[in-house]
Design a protein around this ligand. Structure first.
Ligand SMILES: Nc1ncnc2c1ncn2[C@@H]1O[C@H](COP(=O)(O)OP(=O)(O)O)[C@@H](O)[C@H]1O
Ligand SMILES: [Mg+2]
Length: 323
């Protein structure tokens, strides 16, 4: 047994899809090392085709890796023991649309061998959590995309899993739908559930995750705590003050404001310390501090950076990773 304190443990995990007469084989996942500890929420991000779903399918025992090792909760992936403790929302879940929301969840609960009473109890907990209590008796064919996604989420939680794996849960949802997914993940975190959450939308994972793993073309290019990533990508802190005279402004900073109107002056400072110092001086002058905003590169730009670097590498080797 490897990494028994890890909920997910991948070591040198690779997947090469076999080619056909017309298509060359394709290395979709290249030597992934990834460990997820109990209670962690990890965002697994990368552009379309990066290999996120491939990784998840291997972890769920739906695809076999070409090489490397993968264990979940100390068990080899695909084992019945491991599966019973995992909740999984696929990228494109299939819904038996003649069933009502409630029947659908009962059906999944039965697959996990739950008794009628524990299914009822769990469904009563889950429907309010995903906010579809009002629609429990309605057939799924009448559900909107957002409502279906919530049923999918409830299905992934029916067996009170210790690990929840969500493949692009917010994809195609409106802001309200996204917010709900986020709230549910927060609640899972509060309960100590481990979550692996795939997305190509980086801002989705920024707020929720403890750590972020960035996958580009099958390769893990970054694995970092969200906080340190935010720190790393921060390039300035902007402080805006109100209610000043020109003389007071010159007292709080030697630098000129980057933005000046009769009501507001915004200064750019290099870091939090200098921003704090500027705020202190502004307060000493009895000015009002309107806002303090860290300016940083978004995770998107970080990821584009890697993407471009990778693409340039591929330019030097036009065969890319195809063989
Ligand atoms: N069954 C398959 N056979 C061949 N190639 C596949 C198969 N599934 C995925 N791929 C290829 O592997 C790469 C990674 O796909 P995927 O894991 O779905 O990426 P992501 O989920 O990050 O968008 C893509 O280039 C995709 O076309
Ligand atoms: Mg995918």
């Amino acid at each position: 047994m490897i990494g028994s304190d890890s909920v997910i443990h991948c070591e040198g995990l690779s997947k090469r899809y076999r080619g056909s007469l017309l298509r060359r084989s394709y290395l979709a996942l290249d030597s992934l090392d990834l460990q997820v500890k109990r209670g962690e929420v990890v965002g697994y991000i990368g552009p379309n085709g990066a290999g996120k779903t491939t990784t998840i399918k291997i972890l769920m025992g739906l695809h076999r890796q070409t090489s490397g090792r993968a264990e979940i909760l100390g068990q080899p992936v695909g084992s019945v023991a491991a599966r019973a403790r995992i909740g999984y929302l696929p990228e494109r879940p299939y819904f038996y649309d003649y069933l009502t929301a409630e029947e659908f969840l009962h059906f999944y609960g039965t697959l996990y061998g739950m008794s009628a009473q524990s299914r009822r109890q769990r469904i009563d907990e889950l429907l309010p959590l995903v906010k579809i209590e009002h629609a429990r008796k309605i057939p799924l064919r009448k559900f909107s995309k957002g409502m279906l996604q919530r049923v999918g989420l409830a299905q992934a939680l029916i067996n009170r899993p210790e690990l929840v794996v969500l493949d692009e849960p917010s994809s195609g949802l409106d802001p309200m739908g996204r917010m709900l997914i986020r709230d549910v993940i927060f609640e899972l975190k509060r309960q100590g559930v481990t979550v692996l959450f795939c997305s190509h939308i980086l801002s989705d994972v920024e707020d929720i995750c403890d750590r972020v793993a960035i996958l580009v073309k099958g390769k893990l290019v970054k694995l970092a705590a969200v906080d340190s990533l935010i720190q790393e990508t921060m390039h300035s802190v902007e402080v805006t003050v109100r209610g000043f005279t020109t003389e007071e402004l010159s007292k709080i900073s030697a630098e000129q404001p980057i933005l000046l109107t009769p009501e507001r002056a915004t200064f750019s400072t290099p870091d939090h310390e200098s921003a704090t110092e500027l705020v202190r001086r502004a307060l000493d002058q009895n000015l009002k501090v309107a806002s303090i905003k860290p300016r940083r590169e978004t995770l998107e730009s970080l990821f584009v950076e890697h993407y471009t670097a990778e693409d340039q590498d591929r330019g030097a080797n036009p065969e890319g990773n195809q063989r």
